[in-house]
Design a protein around this ligand. Structure first.
Ligand SMILES: CC(C)(COP(=O)(O)OP(=O)(O)OC[C@H]1O[C@@H](n2cnc3c(N)ncnc32)[C@H](O)[C@@H]1OP(=O)(O)O)[C@@H](O)C(=O)NCCC(=O)NCCS
Length: 273
C-alpha cells in the first residue's frame, strides 16, 4: 500500500470509492477540487485506489482537507489515519480545517484536530420570493469580490475564485454604490444546486443573496449552515430548505481560523470552506 499524488487520471477511481461509501458520483466537484488542490491517495498491491484526500491551500495561511474516503473493504485498518497524517505533513505549518462526518471525527481528533463548531446540511426547493436587492456579478467585479473574500476568510482565494467564476451557474453581488459589500454564488451538483459561498455585511443581506439565487435554481438547493446561525437555519426551514445531515467543523494547527467570520454565512462547498 503506497501513498501517491492523484492526477486527473484517477477521477474514475475517486468516483468508484465515493460510490462505495454512498456519496454519489460528483464528477464536476471532484474535477474542480483536483484541479485547484493536491490530491493524495493510497493504492493497493493491484494498483487500485483505496483511499483519497484532497488538500487545498489558501495564500500560504490556511488549507482545507476534503474528500477523505477509505474503501469499505479496508475499513478500520489505519489507512485513513495514515493518509491524513501524510496530508498534515504536506500542509506544513498551515492552519488546516475541515468539515467532519460523524465517522471521520474520531480519526481527526486522534491527529490533533479540535472541534470549533457544528453545521447542518439544508436541502430542498426554495419556496420564497427573490429579494431584488442583489444584481448579477460582472467580470469587472471579480477583483472587488476577491478583496472582500480575503478580508472575510483571512487568506487570498483569488485563484479559487477565478476558477469558481467558470464553475458557478451564477454569482450575484450586493453593491450599494460604494462598492461590493456582499457576494454569493451557486453551482450545479448531481441532484441539487449548491448555494455557496455566501459572504455578506449582515444576516439580512445574506438572506437577500440566498433568495435571489435559490429562487432561480429551478431544482432543490443545498447549503451548509453553521450552528452559530440559528436564524438563517430557521428562515431556510421555513422556506422549504430543511436541515439534514450534521457535521463538525474542525481545525488543526495554530490559532482559530483568521478573517472576519461575522460576514461568512456559507462555504463554497463543505470541501472548501
Ligand atoms: C472515516 C474513514 C475515512 C475512516 O477511515 P479508516 O481507514 O477506516 O480509519 P482508521 O482505520 O484510520 O480509523 C481511525 C479511527 O477512526 C474511528 N473510526 C473509523 N471508522 C469508524 C466507524 N465506522 N465507526 C466509529 N469510529 C470509526 C476510530 O476511532 C478509528 O480508530 P480505531 O479503529 O483505533 O478505533 C472511513 O470510515 C470512510 O471512508 N468513511 C466514509 C466517508 C467519510 O465519512 N469520510 C470522512 C469525511 S470527513
Amino acid at each position: 500500500m503506497v501513498i501517491r499524488e492523484l492526477t486527473s487520471g484517477d477521477l474514475d477511481g475517486c468516483l468508484r470509492l465515493a460510490e462505495d461509501r454512498g456519496w454519489g458520483r460528483e464528477e464536476r466537484k471532484w474535477r474542480f477540487l483536483l484541479e485547484g488542490g493536491e490530491g493524495y491517495g493510497i493504492v493497493d498491491g493491484a494498483g487500485d485506489l483505496v483511499a483519497t484526500a484532497i488538500l487545498t491551500r489558501y495564500g500560504g495561511r490556511t488549507a482545507a482537507v476534503s474528500m477523505v474516503l477509505v474503501a469499505s473493504r479496508l475499513a478500520r485498518r489505519g489507512l485513513g489515519t495514515r493518509l491524513i497524517a501524510h496530508v498534515l505533513d504536506r500542509a506544513g505549518g498551515l492552519t488546516v480545517f475541515l468539515n467532519a462526518t460523524a465517522q471521520g471525527r474520531p480519526l481527526y481528533e486522534k491527529l490533533g484536530f479540535r472541534v470549533t463548531g457544528g453545521a447542518s446540511m439544508h436541502v430542498g426547493v426554495f419556496t420564497g420570493p427573490p429579494s431584488g436587492v442583489s444584481r448579477a456579478a460582472r467580470p469587472e467585479d471579480l477583483k472587488a469580490i476577491a478583496d472582500l473574500d480575503a478580508e472575510v476568510v483571512g487568506a487570498n482565494r483569488s485563484d479559487l475564485l477565478r476558477r469558481y467564476a467558470g464553475f458557478a451557474e451564477e454569482i450575484r453581488v450586493i453593491d450599494d454604490g460604494r462598492g461590493v459589500s456582499g457576494y454569493a454564488g451557486m453551482w450545479r451538483n448531481v441532484t441539487n444546486t449548491v448555494v455557496g459561498p455566501v459572504i455578506a455585511a449582515g444576516p439580512e443581506d445574506a438572506r437577500a443573496l440566498i433568495a435571489d439565487l435559490a429562487a432561480r435554481a429551478g431544482r432543490p438547493v443545498r447549503l451548509e449552515v453553521e450552528d452559530r446561525r440559528p436564524e438563517l437555519a430557521a428562515w431556510l426551514d421555513g422556506h422549504g430548505v430543511t436541515a439534514g445531515m450534521r457535521t463538525s467543523d474542525m481545525v488543526a494547527g495554530s490559532g482559530p481560523l483568521p478573517g472576519d467570520r461575522s460576514r461568512f454565512f456559507a462555504p463554497v462547498m463543505s470541501a472548501l470552506g
